[in-house]
Design a protein around this ligand. Structure first.
Ligand SMILES: [Ca+2]
Length: 328
């Protein structure tokens, strides 16, 4: 996992002036473009030092002052109904602005703050769901929280989860903990023991970013897992990649064989939606339906209960009509 988002470090092609046909040299950038380029360079270098220094200070201050959660809806692709929300942590850095998890999780792990950070995310997400359950009486959704390897192997993690559920009046089945495949492989015995205790609480377990790691069929069979979340790398180009379609077919078939739910991540095109519905994968997350949103925006969605979808599904015969960018 890289600390820095490589896309941010790659100069925007629009910013690069064309070379002179005579000299082969690029004209110097106008001042505002030079500033942009400089800010990109600073952005790429600064996080490593700044995050490391800043994390040291986090121990002594209230994480609430620095961190916030956004929530990305998981929807039923046939109806737009919101089935769940994935809690995603953001760090509001006073100098660097809002940082995404990829930009600081690795540093948090290397400075032993991952457990503290993970506990804050779990606690905050459950507090929020408890609040929304009081505000929206008919609310029926699952809050998904990403769990770090450190948390999963920590002593009494299940006891902590039980306390949090009780404190905020949640059922175990209203919480889904997302773990990565590599965690499963790392310490199978300990993972199996912890997951079994969580299962007894009714908590759901999802394997995150499925397809990129090393889970074997044997692992899946021996663990109390409820859901496979298909990694977005196989979904983003689904409408134009035959290879990705083959992988999706395999994962959906695998999930069906083991009686697991399957969720597609990274849905960004109606072509992907069409293919997922064809193979029976009806649960998905992605920018096409909704990017991660802050609490207030999510509340507006919860008032409606469903997202407006940019395609139509005939629920009687499952025939669908899609905007013109899908060749069918
Ligand atoms: Ca996740």
């Amino acid at each position: 996992m890289s600390l820095i988002d490589a896309d941010k470090c790659r100069p925007d092609p629009d910013e690069i002036a064309p070379r002179s046909p005579q000299t082969g040299a690029r004209p110097s950038l106008p001042p505002h473009n030079r500033r942009q380029r400089l800010s990109v360079v600073i952005l790429c270098i600064a996080p490593i030092a700044a995050v490391a220094l800043y994390l040291g200070g986090l121990r002594s201050v209230d994480l609430d002052d620095h961190l916030m959660l956004e929530y990305q809806p998981e929807v039923d692709l046939r109806t737009g109904r919101i089935l769940g929300l994935e809690a995603l942590v953001r760090w509001n850095h006073p100098v660097l602005g809002q940082l995404q998890p990829l930009e600081f999780i690795e540093v948090a792990e290397s400075t032993n703050l991952a457990g503290e950070l993970g506990a804050w995310v779990l606690d905050t997400a459950c507090t929020q769901l408890g609040q929304w359950k009081r505000d929206f009486r008919e609310l029926d959704l699952v809050m998904s929280v990403n769990v770090s390897p450190v948390q999963l192997v920590s002593l009494d993690f299940d006891v902590y989860v039980k306390q949090v559920l009780e404190q905020y009046g949640l059922l175990g089945s209203e919480l889904c903990l997302e773990i990565t495949e590599n965690v499963v492989v790392g310490d199978l015995q300990r993972t199996r023991s912890t997951l079994a205790k969580l299962e007894r609480l009714g908590v759901r377990i999802a394997i995150d970013d499925f397809g990129t790691g090393y889970s074997s069929l044997g692992h899946l069979k021996s663990l109390p897992v409820d859901t496979l979340k298909i990694d977005k790398v196989f979904v983003q180009n689904l409408d134009r990649s035959e290879g990705d379609r083959v992988i999706i077919d395999s994962i959906v078939g695998l999930a069906a064989s083991f009686g697991l739910d399957v969720v597609a991540e990274g849905v960004e095109s109606v072509g992907a939606v069409s293919y997922l519905l064809d193979v029976g994968c009806v649960r998905a997350q992605g920018f096409l339906m909704s990017k991660p949103k802050g609490s207030e925006e999510i509340e507006r969605l919860l008032e409606v209960g469903a997202l407006a979808l940019p395609w139509n599904v005939d629920s009687n015969d499952a025939r669908r009509t899609f905007p013109g960018d899908v060749a069918r």
